[in-house]
Design a protein around this ligand. Sequence first.
Ligand SMILES: Nc1ncnc2c1ncn2[C@@H]1O[C@H](COP(=O)(O)OP(=O)(O)OP(=O)(O)O)[C@@H](O)[C@H]1O
Length: 241
Amino acid sequence: MKDDNHKNCVIHTEELSKIYDEGAVPVKAVNNVHLHIEKGEFTALVGPSGSGKTTLLNLLGGLDTPTSGKVWIHGKDLSTLSKNKLIDFRLHNIGFVFQAYNLIPVLTARENIEFVMLLQKESKKERKDRIEQLLKETGLEDQGDKKPSELSGGQQQRVAVARALASKPQFVLADEPTANLDSKTAGNLLDMMAKLNKDEGMTFIFSTHDQRVIDRARRVITLVDGAISNDEVRDTNKVTT
Ligand SMILES: Nc1ncnc2c1ncn2[C@@H]1O[C@H](COP(=O)(O)OP(=O)(O)OP(=O)(O)O)[C@@H](O)[C@H]1O
């Protein structure tokens, strides 16, 4: 893929596959996926349990390496990056809201949000301003000094979202962002993501089983046995908030 041809392309994959062959029978967790995600998309990845959603998100975010095929992010072929360059690239380009990326238990909510900005070497003033803004946007103004164990599951999830957004990523990959949240908290979280999508053109891709999330997506990609079985683009003018 040529960089200059794809100015608005955030993610592009070709013949992307991930095969796990530790067991007796190899599992094609992701099977020959061709995907093209443009800037500003609000896209849900759906499919039955075990259909490969998490594996695909891991590949798209450079957290896992494909067995074959390639991933380009903003025209950059991830397979050409060294391990350290890939870490740096992720840090500056992608926000992750993954269950596996748990909050750091010994840090407060504020410090958890600040952490990635410290790695990015943001100034103290920028960090402070951004943290306060994110705490406000996530409705956690009064919770900044609490550690994760002192917060509810929904509040922890919102801290995880705030942390993902702290680096001002161009796109956010979220694995089941509303899992285990009550409807009100899930709704608030979706409102926040939809607002960022609308106001700042931030691109969102989330795996989900949650009909509330699916209903608000503008594109729904269905995976079955690791392959795309349906790709539905809905009314792109539909307001997600
Ligand atoms: N590390 C691994 N080693 C072996 N097999 C794996 C590994 N990770 C995932 N798989 C297998 O790959 C397939 C896809 O798993 P994946 O977790 O991506 O699905 P999913 O759609 O995210 O499922 P869920 O909706 O339940 O989270 C499954 O058959 C799973 O058992």
